[in-house]
Design a binder for this molecule. Structure first.
Ligand code: GAF
Length: 390
């Protein structure tokens, strides 16, 4: 559905349900060029917001504490009192909303009753961060409705806390950041330690980005994500025995890690090595972009996937298949899985005009092998969460 049609639908649903005019907030999904699983290691990432959104209609109601949130896509309604905001069942969309409300209250935000209707055109489970977009849309709405005076940085950090405390995923900041701070036609080079960032324009020349959705949603992704985080923390503790100044894997070199190899299981060692190497790849990617060297950027994407598949072990056969096909296709300069892993999309740098032929060349075998169809998206880089004016 186009964002215009989605906005009309959400606005109409809201006025039908609540008989008043809402504010409309749009909050985008994100891609990430490179820098996967580096964010919670204080490292570097290169994401951007995309023109797929959660659209959220919101208004205060007359109650002191009664709230309602209607998820148009699921046709589900959730009502709660501000005096008793608790997590809902595991895996429920409600936790993204309730978590944000709870974090706002915890931070001292003064709220009264409100109503929300939301819906989206970010495909769920595609690794394009529909959940961060939802969290950001809720916090941005509350900030506007109740004049909370939160900065973008404060809002994205509260969204992240909601995910930690209500959803149970110890995510880094990349997704909430990209969705909140996005800039049209730019990706954002973010230092996840300081949260300083630089917008970067990439000149792809004769090439363009193509997302291919594996259409795999892995149910173990959340627990595996937290496991990887723990592995990184184990690595840091071992490193600190020899190098007390190391605070996160971002501070370590491959040589440092080698010196504590004996203190780590083979698996943890390899996973930490991946993070150190991926962080270096982001820095190399920035150099390649500055030199308009898209071939080099493509090589880095393939190398990133290799690490995610074999070292960090967060890929899956469907994603590996798509990247392998890309590797042997001359029109594709680079390809890798994107986001947390175990499903979702690959991001590809492909020669303009070749996307349809590439997808057609892999489609049949993909369907035969995995019994499902791959999806494709072409996206544009866009601004972060904001009020929608039309
Ligand atoms: C998920 C997380 F939410 C991000 O913080 C990031 O760690 C990403 O996986 C992997 O790079 O999207």
């Amino acid at each position: 559905m186009t964002t215009e049609a989605l906005t009309d639908k959400i606005r109409l649903l809201f006025t039908e349900r609540h008989n008043t005019a809402p504010i409309i907030i749009q909050s985008p999904g994100r891609i990430n060029i490179i820098g996967e699983h580096t964010d919670y290691n204080d490292g570097f990432v290169l994401p951007g917001a995309i023109d797929r959104y959660i659209i959220c209609a919101a208004a205060k109601n007359n109650s002191a504490d009664k709230c309602s949130v209607y998820a148009a896509d699921m046709e589900e309604n959730c009502t709660f009192s501000l005096t008793d905001v608790k997590p809902s069942g595991k895996g429920s969309w409600q936790n993204y909303v309730l978590g944000v409300v709870a974090e706002v209250l915890k931070a001292g935000g003064r709220l009264s009753g409100f109503d929300i209707v939301f819906g989206g055109n970010i495909p769920n489970g595609s690794g394009l961060s529909s959940s961060a977009a939802l969290e950001n849309s809720i916090i941005y709405s509350l900030n506007k409705l109740f004049g909370l005076q939160l900065s973008r940085k404060e809002m994205m950090l509260l969204s992240q806390k909601a995910e930690h405390n209500f959803v149970g995923v110890q995510c880094g900041i990349m997704d909430q950041f990209a969705s909140m701070q996005g800039k049209e036609d730019h990706v954002l080079f973010l230092d996840c330690r300081t949260l300083d960032f630089t917008p970067v324009r990439i000149d792809f020349g004769d090439y363009e980005l193509l997302l291919i959705n594996s259409n795999v949603k892995h149910s173990l992704a959340d627990s595996a994500y937290n496991d990887r985080r723990n592995a990184c923390e184990t690595g840091v503790k071992a490193l600190q025995e020899k190098f007390p100044a190391i605070k996160a894997l971002r501070d370590a070199t491959e040589k440092d890690l080698l010196q504590v190899k004996g203190l780590l299981s083979g698996e943890v060692y390899t996973q930490c090595l991946y993070v150190i190497q991926e962080n270096n790849r982001v820095k190399q990617a920035i150099e390649a972009i500055e030199q308009n060297d898209i071939d080099k950027l493509g090589e880095l994407l393939f190398a990133s996937h290799n690490g995610l598949q074999h070292q960090y072990q967060v890929s899956c056969p469907e994603l590996d298949f798509l990247v392998e096909k890309a590797r042997i296709t001359p029109a594709v300069l680079g390809s890798r899985m994107m986001g947390g892993g175990f499903g979702g999309c690959t991001i590809n740098i492909i020669r303009k005009g070749e996307a349809d032929a590439f997808v057609a060349s892999v489609r049949e075998e993909y369907i035969r092998t995995f019994g499902k169809e791959p999806g494709t998206y072409r996206v544009s880089l866009t601004d972060g969460t904001d009020v929608r004016t039309s």
